[in-house]
Design a binder for this molecule. Structure first.
Ligand SMILES: *Cc1c(COP(=O)(O)O)cnc(C)c1O
Length: 373
């Protein structure tokens, strides 16, 4: 049998579709030599703020930096604890630890894989200052429940929306004023739903004091040139990346529609397949399907099924095979068990997902998967 390989993600198709627009935008940055921040960054920040429904957006070097800047700007540091889901990308707790605070890992919900807020409440101590709900795979967390938890315990909410550009809770985009986080962090890593052509990130917030503090922190602590009020860092948005992002933002909703169509098709074709648990969209949520993650029960788990898919020409991924509290870097933290995250980790298998994936490709992935579980 011969198979046309099906990639996990194909950024080339998207590039070819927007090539002329991207080249024109890049050429303008080069012509005006606006390489660091500058007009393209200003324009993108305004456009993205309007898209989200947020008062301010500040660009930076990466999603990891966006999280770190958020934690620093809120004055969270040594001695403070921050609640973080055990199942997330390593950057979430890494940014918190780099700011000097202590990540406290929380188990995840068995159905949504998102942070389990009942478990989070049990792990609150007098040192707990913040919670970072991660809108994992593109599925928004229950922001009403997050806000209720924050007001009960006087916690500040920092969203990790690195996988959730355009995701909505009750009709409001994650990162908007209505969703209630103090600061939302976005990544524009190339493979994200809104991706640059290199590293880039941003925060959104409704508070001018926080936006201004982050602008300063991300530029060596300078509020004015040569006047370094605080010890900051260098994490400014590149003009070229901002220009690419400005072009891509205009297409984001169409690409999200493509992802949602593919997810719906996976749901139909894989419904009832023995040994598979499918992801679903939670009530009140608009899922943007950064990843389509199934649970593989038995038959060697996700790793074995991924091998069999590869033999059939289908790429897949694992998000994430090791919960953060089981990473060597966090072995020193006294984390009580997170049974759901620990049990699920080896079952999580991510299927090909991107805005341009075709219906034929989704069907072929499903056929290969049915033969592999
Ligand atoms: C990608 C990602 C990050 C980090 O973003 P970078 O831009 O790669 O630094 C943080 N959190 C989550 C959940 C991510 O998926």
């Amino acid at each position: 049998m011969t198979h046309t390989p099906i990639p996990f993600v194909d950024l080339g198709r998207q590039y070819r579709a927007i090539r002329d627009e991207v080249h024109a935008a890049i050429d303008e940055v080069l012509s005006r030599t606006a390489f660091i921040r500058g007009f393209a960054a200003d324009a993108f920040q305004n456009d993205f703020a309007r898209y989200l429904g947020a008062k301010r957006v500040v660009g930076c070097n990466s999603g990891t930096d966006a999280l770190w800047l958020a934690v620093k700007a809120l004055g969270i540091g040594p001695g403070d604890e921050v609640l973080i889901p055990a199942n997330t990308f390593f950057a979430t707790p890494e940014a918190v630890a780099q700011a000097g605070a202590t990540p406290v890992f929380v188990d995840c919900d068995a159905a949504t894989f998102l942070i389990d807020l009942a478990d989070a409440e049990k792990r609150i101590t007098p040192r707990t200052k913040a919670i970072i709900p991660v809108h994992l795979y593109g599925q928004p967390c229950d922001m009403d429940a997050v806000q209720a938890l924050c007001s009960r315990h006087r916690l500040v909410c920092i969203d990790d929306a690195a996988q959730a550009h355009g995701a909505e809770w009750k009709g409001h985009r994650i990162g908007s004023s209505a969703c209630g986080a103090a600061i939302t962090a976005f990544s524009f890593y190339p493979g994200k739903n809104l991706g640059a052509y290199g590293d880039a990130g941003a925060i959104s917030t409704d508070r001018d004091d926080l936006a201004d503090a982050i602008l300063t922190l991300a530029d060596h602590g300078q509020a004015r040139k040569y006047e370094h009020a605080v010890i900051g860092w260098n994490s400014r948005l590149d003009g070229l990346q901002a220009a690419v992002l400005g072009v891509k933002l205009r297409h984001l909703d169409a690409w999200t529609d493509g992802r949602r169509r593919a997810a719906a098709q996976y749901g139909e074709l894989l419904h009832g397949v023995a040994g598979l648990v499918l992801p679903s969209e939670a009530p009140h949520a608009k899922h943007v399907w950064h990843l389509y993650v199934v649970q593989v029960q038995g038959n060697g788990g996700a790793a074995a099924v991924s091998d069999r898919l590869r033999e059939r020409g289908v790429q897949s991924g694992f998000h994430y095979p090791v919960p953060c509290h089981k990473q060597p870097a966090f072995a020193h933290l006294p984390t009580p068990p997170c049974p759901v995250a620990e049990r699920q980790a080896a079952t999580l298998l991510s299927l090909p997902m991107f805005g341009e994936i075709t219906a034929d490709e989704v069907s072929a992935v499903c056929e290969a998967l049915k033969a592999s579980v």
